[in-house]
Design a protein. Structure first.
Length: 241
């Protein structure tokens, strides 16, 4: 008999766990500590098995019923729902390990073990964070140029063209790490160089008045202070870029 929501709310713990059913194998186990856990019992082959769907009220009655119905569909196809759940969990973990975020984390950790400065690591982390909204869970091997262009365009829209250029570069570094770890076959960022707006280059004015520098050098060469100071000043002139 169906288990109405009002009855679920009214259920109280007893001396031993209560197991009112909702039909189709779906049970609500009410434990002595007051927890209410969704379970489904079924037979597969010659064995009785049990699936866990979570705790009420985090998992509602409607959600528990939907999971039960999905399990019954699998049984109709002669698939064990418990084994399928395990396979799905493994597949999900495998996909997470191949995600852009996972590869980016490994890339940063590699940089850290290579003794890159904390400032460099933080800069790369910040740039990568600009792309996570769009690329976080995507398998890195399935990311294409169009996917990467989305965060680049968002940064460009703020007028941050140099940041967009650096973001493309650090995404490329993560992708190349993915190539090295056999997760990616090619770097889709390569063709994006021409797609992003080039930052404006500001040229410094050429030095045209040499008189002040000439006077400074003459003063250094005629300086009569200690030999150490004179040597340091002359060395500064020779090494000045």
């Amino acid at each position: 008999m169906p288990l109405p929501d009002t009855r679920i709310r009214a259920l109280k713990p007893r001396g031993k766990p209560a197991k009112p059913g909702d039909g189709g194998g779906l049970l609500l186990v009410v434990n002595q500590n007051g927890s209410k856990l969704w379970r489904m019992v079924y037979r597969y082959g010659s064995k009785q098995k049990r699936l866990s769907f979570g705790a009420w009220p985090a998992v509602s009655l409607a959600q528990a019923r939907a999971q039960r119905d999905e399990a019954r569909k699998l049984l109709a196809e002669e698939i064990d729902p418990l084994q399928q759940k395990k396979r799905d969990k493994i597949a999900k973990a495998d996909a997470a390990a191949k995600s852009f975020e996972a590869s980016a984390d490994e890339f940063i950790d590699k940089n850290r073990r290579e003794n890159k400065s904390e400032a460099t690591l933080n800069k790369k982390r910040w740039l990568i964070s600009l792309a996570l909204k769009d690329l976080r869970t995507k398998p890195i091997g399935e990311i294409d140029a169009a996917d990467i262009l989305v965060p680049l365009r968002r940064v460009e829209a703020l007028g941050n063209y140099e940041t967009a250029r650096r973001l493309r570069a650090v995404i490329s570094q993560v992708v190349r790490y993915g190539i090295a770890t056999a997760r990616v076959s090619n770097d889709p960022t390569f063709g994006l160089r021409a797609a992003i707006i080039a930052p404006k280059v500001t040229h410094r004015a050429a030095k045209t008045d040499w008189e002040p520098l000439t006077r400074l050098i003459q003063s250094i060469w005629t300086y009569t202070g200690s030999i150490e100071t004179r040597a340091a000043l002359k060395l500064m002139v020779l090494l000045y870029p």
